[in-house]
Design a protein around this ligand. Sequence first.
Ligand code: ARG
Length: 471
Amino acid sequence: MSNKTTAPGQNSSHTLWGGRFTEATDAFVQRFTASVSFDQRMYRQDIRGSIAHARMLQQAGILTENECTAIVDGLLAIQTDIEAGNFTWSVALEDVHMNIESELTKRIGLTGKKLHTGRSRNDQVATDIRLYVRDEIDVIAAELTRLQSALLDIAEREADTIMPGFTHLQTAQPITFGHHLLAWFEMLDRDYSRLLDCRKRLNKSPLGAAALAGTSYPINRHYTAEQLGFDAPTRNSLDSVSDRDFAIELAACGSLIMTHLSRFSEELILWTSAQFDFIDLPDRFCTGSSIMPQKKNPDVPELVRGKSGRVTGHLIALLMLMKSQPLAYNKDNQEDKEPLFDLIDTLRDCLKAYGDMIPAIKPKKDNMYLAAKKGYATATDLADYLVKKGLAFRDAHEIVGKSVAYGIQQKKDLSELSLSELQQFSDIIADDVFAVLSLEGSVQARDHIGGTAPTQVRAAVATCRELIATR
Ligand code: ARG
């Protein structure tokens, strides 16, 4: 789009609301109060809403068929021009709503002035944002699904790949890389259902609430709701024009999505370091250093981690915006858009970056395996072995603790100790212990729903595939 915006100061907005005014708006105030520079991105939703309103007015006998046709055709022609970059936005006309309405009147004459019958910009903007947020939720949800299915693909491929699992970022127990990726899948799955829940709640039509109290015209709110794909009209006109809960809910969903992506990022950044060296990120997702020739920096995950703060910041901004507003509409509400738009853009970009990057990460399986061998990851398995041979868990814990201390002293893993070395700590340890102490034995033993055993990982992938196929 290469649409132009004209400078303020012309006061052509007086043609829309200037009847009671005797002096022109201050040039700075005009710029200060205008929202067209950012709300013009809702032009499609604004036109969609206006077309539904015009059709309803015709049905109610308020517009003639010819008038309705002129309005609808005029609005569609304006949309075509905006999309072709042939539209001049005027700051003097304040916002997207008045820019489009005034252009309509310029094009079709007097009939254009009838479009606003039984409507206010208050219910108009409330309708537009809901439509906009609904459209964007659909895009974000599709990006989430794309990322989730990429995770399933890798999880299946890496169902047998062993890596260390951490708690406190200290080696805890061996896990499979596939299992780790499925944990990320679950986080995103909750995000997806939260988004849909937010979409469901916002999908009510505020159109017809007019300025705040409703309108004296015989409007049909069910008709406009249905035309716009809303489930029903909202129940209370005051609430309709003042409610921005849906923006806050989306910001909250978005903050959690970004929190999750930020956690994934943190792990990817650690894993690409020379100290972990668990994965390789393809060059196209990284950049170099202008001074250190050896550097390959994981910029994409780092930026995503950084941008999570910005989205959560917008959530706080929206909460603060609303917290002291009396009913019903207040101009404060115009401040909802920039945070909302920015968080939507940020979410889309970050999810796109992840959807492109995740399928391209290459696990360094040997390094993961060697890392899992360090840090006595199978110590719990030895304790469980002793319990299965009749010891109480606390006694087994004590015995294994001593074995680990001995291993540290000898610089050997538990699996590298000889049978007689192990038997120093308990004479019930027998030859069958070595199967238990292997990394493979350890992951295979966790063979129940939600466990890390390769067969469980494959089963979970299958279940999750079904889950996202029905979306
Ligand atoms: N640009 C305004 C907004 O974003 C539209 C509604 C203006 N309503 C009003 N009564 N001034 O909220």
